[in-house]
Design a protein around this ligand. Structure first.
Ligand SMILES: Nc1ncnc2c1ncn2[C@@H]1O[C@H](COP(=O)(O)OP(=O)(O)OP(=O)(O)O)[C@@H](O)[C@H]1O
Ligand SMILES: [Mg+2]
Length: 398
């Protein structure tokens, strides 16, 4: 041990109480947060620990007490609410307290200077380590909070969805029940008249007609309820269990469309595929298939009135920012602005009467944002078609 460190050791042995006392007073006076409410003993214990950490490092070359101290002060939950400057003041306090003691005990200038220089170097290192550790831990807290928020938001969305499903399914089931009981009444009337030998041919024809109508109504509504359940099941598919694959997207889109031919081959409309860039991506083929199917199906179902013949264009491209772009556009009737705002909402449909559940685009939206980690945009001007643009990273969900 050289002369300055021997001097420091002597001073610490004799005056450590005074150093800790002076350091504590300085920290409490100058802290950026109000320490008046905290007990002095708490500040004092922390200053004492930092002095011991300096002693171990400077006199014995042992950084462990310092590292343990940093770990501890940045782990206290309340210390994450402290200003970082207050934490760091604990380290600076050693220099502040030591300086007058060096002067008072007439330590020769060159030794005092060397001691303070080495204390400062140790202080600088400790301050950097503390700031890094503090920032990292604060970051973890923010990350946790963010995850928790997302989880809660998803739960709330799920709650709303379940309520929506119950409500949506209730309506067709209610209608079906009414219709079936109507049919039952008709059949009962017929059977009563028959038993009484009073069944006229006209009553029979009327009765059977009404019963058939009611049965038809029940069937339609039950089919609608069944459709909702199917849509809801798709929504609940465990997305994390789907496997990722590396695909050449252009070729994949062509294959996909060939398999979807039954959707459009017999109809009058044209479906074109445009591979603008040869993009290879590691992604979820099941989700892509579902997205393309829903977008294409929507265009074929909603875009063209019965007498119009239209074109649906699908494309794959690489966007300026390097993401994959998958698009679907039609030249049909388009979507009015007040509806465009709502198309991704669950159960929003303009085709309720003809079997639409309003889950199609909601499912697409979920797959794009949750699974592909991407975005989807819908643009439309009434009378000028609708255009859906999906963008996602080429290594989606990695
Ligand atoms: N290409 C399009 N052209 C015009 N309107 C569209 C188009 N795509 C979607 N829409 C509108 O958006 C609404 C919501 O679409 P979404 O796919 O969510 O439900 P849906 O098609 O009505 O029912 P589902 O998909 O469950 O059968 C549709 O009812 C329709 O009004
Ligand atoms: Mg749809």
């Amino acid at each position: 041990m050289d002369e300055s460190m021997m001097t420091l050791r002597r001073l610490l042995t004799v005056h450590d109480e005074a150093i800790i006392e002076a350091g504590t007073a300085w920290v409490r006076e100058t802290a950026a947060v109000d320490l008046a409410e905290r007990p002095v003993s708490e500040t004092r214990a922390l200053v004492a620990e930092s002095v011991r950490a300096y002693a171990a490092l400077l006199l014995a070359g042992d950084p462990r007490p310092r590292d343990a101290f940093i770990e501890r002060v940045t782990t206290l939950r309340s210390s994450l609410r402290f200003r970082i400057s207050t934490l760091l003041r604990g380290f600076f306090s050693f220099h502040r307290a030591l300086e007058p003691i060096l002067a008072r005990h007439s330590v020769p200038d060159h030794l005092a200077f060397d001691i303070l220089r080495r204390v400062d170097a140790a202080c600088f290192e400790a301050a950097s380590l503390t700031a890094d550790t503090y920032a990292r831990k604060l970051h973890d807290v923010v990350d946790d909070a963010q995850r928790e928020l997302v989880r809660r938001e998803k739960l709330a969305a799920l709650g709303g969805l379940v309520a929506g499903v119950a409500h949506e399914i209730n309506t067709p089931l209610g209608v079906a029940i009414t219709a079936v009981s109507l049919a039952q009444d008709c059949l009962q009337e017929l059977s009563d008249a028959f038993e009484a030998g009073a069944l006229r041919q006209r009553d029979l024809r009327d009765g059977l007609g009404r019963a058939r109508e009611a049965a038809g109504m029940a069937l339609g509504n039950l089919q609608r309820a069944a459709g909702l359940v199917t849509g809801f099941k798709q929504l609940a598919v465990d997305q994390s269990s789907e496997s990722r694959r590396t695909l050449a997207l252009g070729a994949h889109l062509h294959e996909l469309l060939a398999s979807l031919a039954p959707l459009y081959r017999r109809g009058p409309h044209r479906v074109d595929v445009d591979v603008r860039a040869d993009v290879v991506a590691t992604t979820y083929p099941g989700a892509l298939a579902q997205i393309v199917t829903n977008l294409l199906h929507n265009a074929l179902v909603h875009a063209f009135p019965p007498t119009n013949v239209g074109t649906v264009r699908l494309w794959i491209d690489r966007a300026d920012d390097g993401q994959v772009e998958l698009g679907c556009a039609d030249d049909g009737v388009g979507i009015r602005p007040e509806l465009l705002r709502r198309i991704f909402e669950p159960f929003f449909t303009t085709a309720r009467g003809s079997g639409g559940s309003g889950l199609g685009l909601h499912i697409v939206h979920n797959l794009v944002t949750d699974l592909l980690c991407g975005t989807i945009r819908a643009e439309s001007e009434p009378g000028r078609g609708a255009r859906f643009t999906v963008r996602f990273p080429a290594d989606a969900g990695a």
